[in-house]
Design a protein around this ligand. Structure first.
Ligand code: HPA
Length: 271
């Protein structure tokens, strides 16, 4: 893997005139508005980047964007890779390894998630302060490269407490409603049954989604501080479970997105 990362990093450096990002950003399903705030210097299509996972139809337009956001040099993934698309855990997390090798010091992640907690409603935001990995396979399975990180990484603080505190200050200043909670990752692509939502709440989850945790585990392996936030797009609690469609999820994400973008954008400017 070291060789593949090296090759990809060399290609990117060449194509971006040695651009050195300080912050990496992974944008979730339907959450691309932040990209519009980036003053773009370079943009590379996933299929042209050596060793990047070959895009499925959904992310035919996947792009790695290099530019400046509020005075900070950033690299943003527009189009994230999901396990349910058929990629391996190593493939999904490969871009995180590459962004770290390019020099990022922070990783910011957004996603769309279903609420398990009756206090957290559709359209709300939730800063992730911990997670439960139900994707079951770790992206760190296999031989460990000690140059990248330890065999048994500590997971006592995968989501930077300092970044969460700063984010909550911004939330208060801006008068944004934003919860904190535990994100449960599942493989998908099917959504959960009523019994499964209930189970996920019982084991300690506040929200459930199909992404984020693999990237966070790999970031933690490399000692990279993470900030992650969910847009709640549907509700999995209560006696009646309403059917949800991707269109509804995208529409809710679109409506809630500006507030989330404000938090991410201000937090990045305050790093
Ligand atoms: N379950 C799993 N993943 C999701 C959900 C959900 O309810 N909403 C958005 N992503």
């Amino acid at each position: 893997m070291f060789q593949a990362i090296h090759e990809t990093v060399e290609y990117i450096k060449r194509k971006t005139e040695q651009f050195q990002p300080e912050v990496g950003i992974i944008l979730g399903t339907g959450l691309g508005v932040l990209v519009k705030e980036i003053e773009v210097s370079f943009s590379l299509m996933y299929p042209n980047i050596p060793n990047f996972p070959i895009s499925t139809l959904e992310f035919h337009s996947g792009k790695l964007i290099f530019g400046t956001l509020n005075g900070k040099k950033v690299v943003a993934m527009q189009g994230r890779l999901h396990y349910y698309e058929g990629y391996s855990m190593q493939q999904i997390t490969f871009p995180v390894r590459v962004m770290k090798a390019l020099g990022i010091q922070y990783l910011f992640v957004s996603n769309a998630a279903g609420s398990l907690n009756p206090d957290i409603k559709k359209g709300d935001l939730m800063v992730i302060n911990d997670h439960i990995n139900l994707q079951l396979e770790s992206p760190l399975r296999g031989r460990n490269d000690a140059d990248m990180g330890p065999r048994f990484p500590d997971m006592s603080e995968p989501y930077s407490r300092k970044l969460i505190e700063k984010a909550m200050e911004i939330v208060t200043e801006e008068g944004i409603t934003c919860h904190q909670g535990v994100y449960v990752s599942v493989t998908g692509p099917n959504l959960e049954t009523k019994a499964e939502y209930k189970y996920l709440r019982i084991i300690g989850g506040d929200a459930v989604g199909m992404s984020t945790v693999p990237e966070v585990i790999v970031a933690t392996h490399m000692n990279l501080p993470v900030f992650a936030i969910s847009v709640i797009t549907d509700e999995g609690f209560g006696d009646v479970l309403h059917p949800v469609s991707l269109d509804q999820i995208l529409e809710t994400a679109r409506v809630a997105e500006p507030q989330m973008t404000k938090i991410l954008s201000q937090l990045i400017s305050k790093l």
